[in-house]
Design a protein around this ligand. Structure first.
Ligand code: FPP
Length: 236
């Protein structure tokens, strides 16, 4: 890693894709792939912190994923619940936790725990870990737009006050820098409604490796690739 540390992305987004295929390749039910994917998530999150990445976002459950079979959704909820209970025990990790998306869909008990974790970790500043759960990029923009409409309706602002900074600040990622690098394993090359506003100038890295097989070594490859990119942000 040493050769790329001088050009590390500030914010990396991970689309954790390929869990189902990982399991199917082994003749196992899809939910085993999610369990293995959750293990990869823990390893990658820790590695990101170790190498000094300041912001990481993992796409754990999209607003569209509710249409999956019940047993698969149940397994994912179980994995999220386990993680939420476990993470509360290591507040000393100095990692801030933020959940992107509408928490209310997970029920009051879990939503309260999520809010509590966000509150308790608010001042931790070594790394910010965002879990996109019941998240959709379009829903994120709708959610921000509704807040703006209410502000205009209440005459707190005028329509001419609406600008990119105002919208950015009202997204679930308000105050967090935009994504620099989006990583999608499993061979698919699309964004699937993930951080659509926040990745306007992101670099994309795709690999055929399935998410449960995505190791710190694979992340190093992505970071080396990122370090070699020339980013122009619309300039020349
Ligand atoms: C997409 O792969 C993956 C998901 C819809 C779920 C991702 C969630 C996890 C990896 C668990 C995360 C756990 C915690 C604790 C945050 P897919 O199932 O669509 O794969 P496929 O394209 O091969 O079918």
């Amino acid at each position: 890693m040493s050769e790329t540390t001088d050009r590390l992305p500030v914010h990396i987004g991970f689309i954790m894709d390929g869990n189902g295929r990982w399991a199917q390749k082994r003749g196992l039910p899809r939910k085993f792939g999610h369990r293995e994917g959750a293990s990869a998530f823990r390893k990658i999150a820790r590695y990101c912190k170790k190498i000094g990445i300041k912001y990481v976002t993992f796409y754990a459950f999209s607003t569209e994923n509710w249409s999956r079979p019940k047993d698969e959704i149940d397994e994912l909820m179980k994995l999220f619940g386990e993680y939420i209970d476990e993470v509360g025990e290591y507040a000393e990790e100095n990692t801030r936790l933020i959940f992107l998306g509408d928490k209310s869909a997970f029920g009051k008990e879990m939503a309260d725990k999520m809010s509590e974790l966000e509150r308790d970790s608010r001042d931790f500043d070594e790394m910010t870990l965002m879990l996109a759960m019941n998240y959709g990029g379009r829903d994120d923009i709708v959610h921000a737009t509704r807040q703006i409409a209410a502000m205009v309706e209440n005459k707190e602002i005028r329509h001419t006050d609406v600008d990119e900074a105002l919208i950015s600040g009202l997204l679930y990622t308000g105050g967090i820098p935009d994504a620099d690098l989006i990583i999608r394993p499993s061979g698919e090359k699309r964004l699937s409604n993930f951080l659509i506003w926040q990745s306007a100038y992101a670099e994309f890295y795709f690999t055929d490796v399935l998410w449960p097989d995505f190791t710190p070594k694979e992340l190093d490859k992505a970071l080396e690739d990122f370090a070699s990119r020339k980013r122009r942000f619309g300039g020349v």
